[in-house]
Design a protein around this ligand. Structure first.
Ligand code: ZN
Ligand code: ZN
Length: 623
């Protein structure tokens, strides 16, 4: 990248020793306070009129960190006729800040002031375009670059290519790619990123495989692309391949790979990466810390999550929110409340996401009064307007506690339009507390606002089943068929000896399927012996879940548990991750297996954890 910094004293001559001192002070300056002092000195000595010194000053202002941009802007505004060089400094500063749109705005001002742009103006503008995915602006800048005669400059092309790829304009990016592709890893990476971003992982893989020399960015782009596309297993494979290729992962690659472990519930692999981080002395920064806490929490190991949390020297709001969310999904409401209080003692103010976590914690643990007080305090004490997520938590909290009237009242009076999630939560409460009349009414509302969601019809059918209205059950199913909606297949994953095994409901694709079937038959026999009767559909409230055509004994979690019982030593904990909510029958089966086989089963479903032990579940049978 070309440097637009003045880094050598020989580039200009200063007329006094004083100026030289100011310059050396600027070169050594490291924070805002020092900058302000130097500025004071410049005002006193009249050096603010020295354009070289002022530019140098601005350059320092924008390069330390973005909070100084306000100060830089103030100084910039006082320059009577800033030159191209000075404009470029400001554009560069904003392009690297969290308000890149200001860079584009400055550029339009630059044009309206008839200030010439030069070759250094564009890369930063294009960087801003990339951040903002601003395709139209990128196109305009492209035209300016061509007009300036820099259209074949490789650096400009790469910046443009990136901006096009990031904005999803693959054809334009491709045109440029064909101009530079040979041996230019930067442009390859941009193209890979572009394909990954628009979800075309097939094309991204194709490019990646053809890329002769892959650098860390190539690998990281692929790994994060896979995680974004839900291809978590592929992300893990890439991570291992990257190591085989001798490329040392950076924090971004590690964070993404840990996310893949989280999504798969692959505790062993996640743990392995944690060990790797410690061994290679990679610093656990805020991002990595949060991902680690999240990984341990969502893979069912709260102790280790807390360990990572405690070891982090500097805890930011996301760190605290991560640990509170962890306790929430595990149903440890009191713990979550304690950490929530501790966080504020440490001087950290909760935001909307923290409130979602703490309200969820109260809801899952049945802490009605505490949840209500917190909810009410949001606006009063924290200046936060409750969003639909927060109302959702409250509806769940009230519904769970059987306070259906209060829950309905909240939905009717909330200032935001209730969505399908809110109604779904209310319907779940109706079903759990066997309030058929209200349930039927809400079921109809749900189908009206969410007609393409297969699960909604099943919910309505289940409510009618409760009332014994079988003709209405059939009718609800017919409506679902007529609407042509189908449901997401259930998928459970389990990690054994470092290998992630995935089971799809009703699919027989696993290589050990024969063994698994044999095992399940044995389990079923023991279950029957202990008095188990399968919950015959459509009685279970299969909230938006499993394909009903699939027999319930082929539900993915049953296959995964059977497999785990074959493959793991007696007494070890079985950890399963499920993409949907667990159905009532599987819940009963898991409880029984935990008792009969003396196994702890930790199952993470779409929203929370179930810890099955000795015939009981941590969710208290409400989920
Ligand atoms: Zn099931
Ligand atoms: Zn449970």
């Amino acid at each position: 990248m070309p440097s637009i910094l003045l880094n050598s004293r020989t580039q200009f001559s200063l007329d006094s020793k004083n100026a030289e001192t100011t310059l050396s002070l600027l070169q050594r300056c490291s924070n805002v306070d020092e900058l302000k002092q130097i500025h004071g000195r410049m005002l006193k000595t009249g050096f603010v009129r020295n354009s070289v010194l002022t530019s140098k000053f601005l350059s320092c202002c924008v390069s330390t960190n973005s909070s100084n941009l306000v100060y830089a802007q103030m100084v910039f505004d006082r320059i009577s006729r800033p030159n191209t060089f000075t404009w470029n400094i400001m554009i560069r500063g904003y392009s690297q800040s969290n308000e890149p749109e200001q860079a584009l705005l400055l550029y339009t001002q630059m044009i309206s002031h008839s200030v010439e742009h030069n070759g250094y103006t564009f890369p930063f503008l294009l960087k801003a375009c990339s951040y903002l995915s601003a395709l139209q602006e990128a196109k305009q800048i492209h035209a300016h670059i061509v007009k300036l005669g820099s259209g074949s400059d490789e650096y400009a092309i790469n910046s443009l290519l990136r901006a096009y790829a990031v904005s999803g304009s693959i054809p334009s990016a491709n045109l440029l790619f064909n101009q530079v592709s040979e041996g230019n890893v930067v442009s390859w990476n941009s193209m890979i990123y572009g394909y990954a971003k628009c979800g075309n992982m097939e094309k991204a893989f194709e490019l990646f495989e053809n890329l002769p020399i892959k650098n860390i960015i190539s690998w990281t782009t692929m790994i994060s692309g896979c995680v974004g596309a839900g291809m978590n297993k592929e992300a893990l494979n890439l991570f291992h391949a990257m190591q085989d290729a001798g490329v040392k992962p950076d924090n971004v690659a590690l964070a993404n790979t840990l996310s893949a472990c989280t999504n798969l519930g692959a505790l062993d692999q996640g743990r392995w990466i944690h060990i790797y981080i410690n061994k290679t002395r990679i610093e656990i920064d805020q991002v990595l810390g949060c991902v680690l806490i999240d990984m341990y929490a969502k893979c069912g190991d709260m102790e280790e999550a807390l360990e990572v949390f405690k070891k982090m020297k500097r805890k930011c709001l996301s760190t605290w929110t991560a640990i509170i969310s962890g306790f929430a999904i595990h149903g440890h409401g009191r713990e979550a409340l304690n950490w929530f209080a501790q966080m504020q003692k440490d001087g950290i103010k909760p935001n909307a996401i923290t409130f979602t976590a703490i309200l969820t914690a109260c809801s899952y643990a049945g802490l009605v009064a505490e949840g209500y007080t917190l909810f009410e305090s949001m606006e009063r004490n924290y200046d936060l307007n409750p969003s639909i997520e927060h109302y959702g938590c409250m509806v769940d909290l009230l519904g769970r506690a059987g306070l259906l009237k209060e829950a309905v009242q909240l939905v009717e009076t909330m200032p935001v339009q209730p969505n399908a999630i809110i109604w779904g939560t209310l319907l779940k409460a109706c079903w759990m507390h066997r309030n058929v009349e209200l349930g039927k009414h809400i079921g109809e509302i749900l189908i009206e606002i969410d007609p393409n969601h297969g699960g909604r019809y099943i919910q309505l059918a289940s409510i009618h089943a409760l009332a014994g209205e079988w003709d209405r059950v059939i009718e609800a199913r017919m409506r679902m068929k007529q609407q042509g909606v189908s449901k997401l297949p259930g998928c459970s994953s389990i990690s054994i000896n470092g290998i992630v095994h995935e089971f799809l409901a009703g699919h027989r694709s696993h290589p050990n399927m024969k063994e698994i079937q044999y095992m399940w038959n044995k389990i079923a026999e023991r279950l029957r012996y202990s008095g188990y009767k399968p919950v015959i559909e459509p009685l279970p409230l299969d909230l938006e879940d499993e394909e009903k055509e699939t027999a319930i004994h082929q539900h993915s979690e049953k296959l995964a548990i059977s497999f785990a019982l074959i493959k793991t030593r007696p007494g070890t904990t079985i950890r399963i991750t499920k993409n949907l909510r667990v159905c009532e029958d599987c819940h009963i089966v898991a409880k029984l297996i935990s008792k009969i086989y003396a196994r702890d089963i930790i199952m993470r479903d779409r929203t929370r954890f179930h810890h099955f032990r000795d015939g009981k579940c941590s969710c208290g049978d409400y989920w």
